[in-house]
Design a protein around this ligand. Sequence first.
Ligand SMILES: Cc1cc2nc3c(=O)[nH]c(=O)nc-3n(C[C@H](O)[C@H](O)[C@H](O)COP(=O)(O)O)c2cc1C
Length: 216
Amino acid sequence: MTTRETLRALPVLAHQMPSFDPAGAPAEPMTLFADWLTEAVAAGVDEPHAMTLSTVDADGAPDARVLILKDLDTTGWHFATSAISAKGRQLAGDPRVALTFHWREQGRQVRVRGAARAADATVSRGDFLARPEGSRIATLAGRQSAVLADRAELDRELADVRARLAADPDLVAETHTVYAVAPTRVEFWQADRERRHVRLRYRRTERGWDRELLWP
Ligand SMILES: Cc1cc2nc3c(=O)[nH]c(=O)nc-3n(C[C@H](O)[C@H](O)[C@H](O)COP(=O)(O)O)c2cc1C
């Protein structure tokens, strides 16, 4: 089979999916997101906290990668990364971002648009120290997104950091940064097998949140 034939033979949105009645949706998007996340976890969705973070670089060109959602509160959607990585530099130049969640098993997509803001250094330090040892070693050893000469350089750095961390367990990577995305728009998309998909968009206004349905 050609790649095209393989792709064309694959089913899409053909399985059983939950329904979503937008008439019963809450007044603001955080509550609905938290409900959908709880339902995704209960339904056994794989890595429901994995999301695509899209940014723009200094030339206005888009960039995107997968990250883990670390928290959700009144300040927004939280993620953690290196402030000196490619995305960290892009965020310093332009904080506007998009987050995309795809919960395949449920035919659900959530799109968040807004601005990412770095949390206080104490929050980032606390987040770093709460991470498993392996993750702390990887971050301490790393210059995320810099060019790596060869794999042996990585192994040397990891061994070096492992020894430093054994001597000083409270070592913190100062570049590790928690960001919160304050949302301006959040769209919930529920697939329907008959293609009567539901799209509900929340738009932030001066008064609070407006809700509107969109053509699928
Ligand atoms: C499932 C998954 C989860 C990831 N989680 C994170 C994360 O929480 N933080 C992070 O910095 N990178 C994470 N990554 C790696 C990023 O996708 C990316 O490769 C890295 O952050 C460098 O991106 P940049 O060069 O655009 O800065 C994850 C990758 C995958 C596939």
